[in-house]
Design a protein around this ligand. Structure first.
Ligand code: AMP
Length: 396
């Protein structure tokens, strides 16, 4: 039976899609429509035979790009559409079946994610127009972290800012942390293990997961808090904003731009936000690349050590994301900075773990895992679960 879910991840000028079949061994159709709204808009992807394609979409908007994506589904009809929505605020603790009320609630949350939620909503509106008869489900990046206790999600700020303006820590990358921790539970047969997960890609975050629930995470109100990332600064002194404004006359927009786009690995190295290039530059003796990698790894280790306070015990560490799945060097450095965790790395196995490979890299002691993340697969799973739940609700 064809029971594929179409997963849609809409950005302001891009749409990532994947048609995820119910059986994991069936091929996925996947691709990316990018530069939407410009003359060189295009759609790139792979077909069911794994053959890559590129199609010019000249000036296409989200609706036209979705129509082109529809033609690339090779006649396969999904049973539902699962949408990645970045911010679900405090209302959404799990995936939600989309109706007007849910759309309105996502709109209300847009103030907390002004760059992401409006783009997600645009894709949602276009998809509802194109597939009016298909059920649509919103899967939130923040929902997995709604299990954080107040001691982890509250900032030490006046209560009214939380009560009246929803200012608190939310956390992101929830589908990734949920997927890899559940996968580690299954692979280790631990059932509800106590894990520290490190999602290290262009965006980076850590999470403490116990019994399938997130207990703390490094990102906060926005995805800027926490670790050093590709171009994002992560944590800085909260007094820095006022300092830059008063001493250098910087506007809030400029501060936002610099912290989000010119900082992180790029800012530290003065070279690039790409870890592959940084590792190559470090081997050639580039001091900025060395510093960037050192700060990056130290901040990950520091964050993992801090998040260990959220767990009643520690079963192991999980690495995922482009850097976590591929960089043996980053994994080794992070583990080397946590000598008190009782970790033993199997260096040979670690050096063989590259993108797509899944497995344990420890030589005894606490478990160390590399688990390729599968956010599309997790969104499809949560979409199916939400549909099954709503069928049960209708039956009772
Ligand atoms: P993501 O956002 O998850 O796609 O991750 C992007 C990051 O993964 C970039 O910094 C890439 O340089 C990094 N990356 C991908 N492949 C490798 C690799 N083989 N070695 C080191 N870093 C890698």
């Amino acid at each position: 039976m064809n029971a594929s879910v179409l997963v849609i991840n809409c950005g302001s000028s891009s749409i990532k899609y994947a048609l995820v079949p119910s059986e994991p061994d069936q091929p996925r159709l996947a691709g990316l429509a990018e530069r939407l709204g410009s003359a060189d808009a295009r759609l790139k992807g792979v077909d069911s035979l794994g053959k890559p394609f590129t199609q010019a979409l000249g000036g296409a908007d989200h609706t036209r790009a979705l129509e082109a994506i529809l033609h690339r589904l090779e006649g396969r009809r999904p049973i539902a559409v699962g949408h990645r929505i970045v911010h679900g605020g405090e209302r959404f603790t799990q995936a939600a079946l989309i109706d007007d009320d849910v759309v309105e609630a996502i709109e209300r949350t847009s103030a907390l994610a002004p760059l992401h939620n409006p783009a997600n909503l645009e894709g949602l509106a276009a998809t509802r127009r194109l597939f009016p008869e298909l059920p649509q489900v919103a899967v939130f990046d923040t929902a997995f972290h709604q299990s954080l206790p107040p001691r982890a999600y509250r900032y030490a700020l006046p209560e009214a800012l939380y009560r009246d303006h929803a200012i608190r820590r939310y956390g992101f990358h929830g589908t990734s942390h949920a997927y890899v921790s559940r996968r580690a539970d299954a692979l280790s047969e631990l059932e509800g293990g106590a894990w520290l997960t490190a999602h290290l890609g262009n965006g980076c975050s850590t999470c403490a997961v116990w019994q399938g629930r997130s207990l703390d995470t490094s990102m906060g109100l926005t995805p800027l808090e926490g670790l050093v990332m590709g171009t994002r600064s992560g944590d800085v002194d909260p007094g820095l904003h006022a300092h830059l404004s008063r001493q250098l006359g910087w506007s809030l927009d400029r501060i936002d731009e610099v912290f989000n786009r010119n900082s992180g690995l790029l800012g530290l190295s003065g070279l690039t936000n790409d870890m592959r290039e940084l590792e190559a530059a470090e081997s050639q003796g580039h001091p900025g690349a060395t510093l960037a990698i050192e700060v990056f790894c130290y901040r990950i280790a520091k964050s993992l050590a801090a998040l260990s306070c959220a767990l009643p015990r520690l079963d192991g560490l999980i690495f995922t994301g482009g850097i976590g799945e591929n960089s043996a060097q980053v994994r080794e450095r992070v583990i080397g900075l946590l000598p008190h965790f009782g970790l033993q790395l199997n260096r040979t196995v670690n050096s063989e773990m590259i993108r797509g490979r899944e497995g344990r890299i420890d030589a005894g002691g606490r478990q160390l895992w590399v688990i390729p993340t599968d956010e599309e697969g997790q969104i499809a799973t949560e979409t199916r679960q939400r549909l099954a739940q709503s069928r049960e609700e209708t039956d009772t």
